[in-house]
Design a protein around this ligand. Structure first.
Ligand SMILES: Cc1cc2nc3c(=O)[nH]c(=O)nc-3n(C[C@H](O)[C@H](O)[C@H](O)COP(=O)(O)OP(=O)(O)OC[C@H]3O[C@@H](n4cnc5c(N)ncnc54)[C@H](O)[C@@H]3O)c2cc1C
Ligand code: SF4
Length: 337
C-alpha cells in the first residue's frame, strides 16, 4: 500500500474541502475502498473518513417519500420498518447482496459508488482502461462471464455490481449531492454512466462531490414487486442477471410498471419503451415476453457471457409474472431482536 494522509472531518463543508483535493477519496464503510487500496487498484493520496458526518438518518420527506442518509448502513436501511413496509423492493434488493456482516458495515453512499467486480480491474498485472486510461481491456476476448451485454463499448464491458441500485433505478430515486459548487439533485437514471470512451468514470459526480442522501418518491410499489437475482451461488455472490420490478394493477390491468436490470450493463438498465408497452395490458406471458425483447434490444454477448441474453429474457418474464401475482421472489426478513 502506498502512503496516504488520513483525515476525519466533523462536518460536510470540511469534508468537501478535503475531498476536493486531487487524488482524494471518501471513506465510508470501507468494504470496497480498503480492498481496492490493498490491491493497489485505488491509490488515493488523501483518505477522507466521512463516518463522523451527520448523514445516517432515515427520515420522511415533505413529498411523502423517504430520505435515506448516505451513511445509513445497508442493514439499517433494509430493516427500517418504513422501508420494509413501503419499499419492500428496495429492502429485498439490499438483502440479496453481500452478507450480513458486510451489510452492517456498507453504507448507502458507498453502495452507489462501489466499483466494478471485473477480474481484470482488480488484477494490476493485466490491462484495464478503467484502472489505467488507454491501457486496453483485458476482458474483451478474455474471461467475460460476469460482463455486460448491454450498453458496453469497445473500451470497456464492465458491469455495475450493486443490487440496491437496481431497485433504486426502478423506484426512480434521486441522489442528493453536495460539492465545492453547492448542492444538486441527480435523477437516478443520470447518476451512473455507460462506459463510452471514458470507462474510468463510473458516474456523473463532479470532483469533490459527496453523496449526502438518496430520496425515494412516495410510490413504492409495495403490493406488486419482485427482486429476482440469478447468480452462481445462492448467497454471497454478485448477480449474473437481476431484475427489479415494481407494478401497479387496476381492475386486472397494468396501470404502471417499472423494470430495471442488474448485472448486464455499466449501470442499472431500463428502457422506457418496454414499460410503456406493459401499460394498460392484462398480465400475460406474451406481453411479458414482448417487454423482455424490448428491454434486451441490442444485447451483444462475448464468448463467455452470451448465455446472459436468454437468461435475462427468462428472468424478466419470471420477475414480471411474480410481481403481477403479488408473490415476490425475495421476502424481506425481520431483524432478530
Ligand atoms: C465479498 C463481498 C461481496 C459483496 N457482494 C455484494 C452483492 O452481492 N451485491 C452488492 O450490491 N454489493 C456487494 N458487495 C459490495 C458492497 O455492497 C459494497 O462494498 C458496499 O456497499 C460499499 O459501501 P461502503 O460504505 O463500504 O463503501 P466504501 O468502501 O467506503 O466506498 C466505496 C466507494 O464509494 C465512495 N464513497 C463512499 N461513500 C461516499 C459518499 N457518501 N459520497 C461519495 N462517494 C462515496 C468511496 O470513495 C469509494 O470509492 C460485496 C462486497 C464484498 C467485499
Ligand atoms: S471490462 Fe472495463 S473494467 Fe474490465 S478490463 Fe475491460 S476496461 Fe477494465
Amino acid at each position: 500500500m502506498i502512503r496516504f494522509d488520513y483525515a476525519r472531518p466533523a462536518d460536510v463543508p470540511e469534508a468537501i474541502g478535503l475531498g476536493a483535493a486531487s487524488h482524494a477519496a471518501y471513506l465510508a464503510g470501507g468494504t470496497n475502498l480498503i480492498d481496492l487500496m490493498k490491491e493497489n487498484v485505488a491509490r488515493p493520496l488523501d483518505v477522507v473518513d466521512i463516518n463522523r458526518l451527520p448523514l445516517s438518518a432515515i427520515t420522511r420527506t415533505e413529498a411523502g417519500g423517504l430520505r435515506l442518509g448516505a451513511l445509513a448502513t445497508n442493514a439499517d436501511t433494509a430493516h427500517d420498518e418504513r422501508v420494509q413496509q413501503d419499499y419492500p423492493l428496495l429492502s429485498s434488493a439490499i438483502l440479496a447482496g453481500a452478507s450480513p456482516q458486510l451489510r452492517n458495515a456498507a453504507t448507502n453512499g458507498g453502495n452507489l459508488n462501489q466499483r466494478t467486480r471485473c477480474y481484470y480491474f482488480y488484477d494490476i498485472d493485466t490491462p484495464c482502461n478503467k484502472r489505467v486510461p488507454g491501457q486496453g481491456c483485458g476482458a474483451i476476448g478474455g474471461v467475460s462471464r460476469i460482463h455486460a451485454i448491454l450498453g458496453a463499448s469497445e473500451h470497456c464491458i464492465a458491469t455495475h455490481p450493486s443490487d440496491m441500485c437496481v431497485a433504486l433505478a426502478a423506484l426512480e430515486a434521486e441522489v442528493r449531492v453536495e460539492g465545492p459548487e453547492g448542492e444538486r439533485v441527480i435523477p437516478f437514471a443520470d447518476y451512473h454512466r455507460l462506459p463510452g470512451d471514458q470507462p474510468w468514470r463510473d458516474n456523473t459526480l463532479r470532483p469533490g462531490e459527496l453523496v449526502t442522501a438518496i430520496d425515494l418518491p412516495q410510490e413504492g410499489y409495495a403490493r406488486n414487486y419482485t427482486y429476482l437475482k440469478l447468480r452462481d451461488r445462492l448467497s454471497y455472490a454478485f448477480a449474473l442477471v437481476s431484475v427489479a420490478v415494481g407494478m401497479r394493477l387496476q381492475d386486472g390491468r397494468i396501470e404502471e410498471a417499472r423494470v430495471a436490470l442488474g448485472g448486464v450493463a455499466h449501470k442499472p438498465w431500463r428502457r422506457p419503451e418496454a414499460e410503456t408497452l406493459l401499460r394498460g395490458e392484462a398480465p400475460s406471458r406474451a406481453v411479458f415476453g414482448a417487454a423482455a425483447d424490448l428491454l434486451l434490444t441490442g444485447a451483444v454477448g462475448q464468448e463467455g457471457n452470451a448465455f446472459k441474453i436468454p437468461l435475462a429474457r427468462r428472468a424478466i418474464c419470471r420477475a414480471l409474472e411474480q410481481a403481477a401475482a403479488g408473490t415476490p421472489q425475495s421476502q424481506t426478513d425481520k431483524r432478530i431482536a
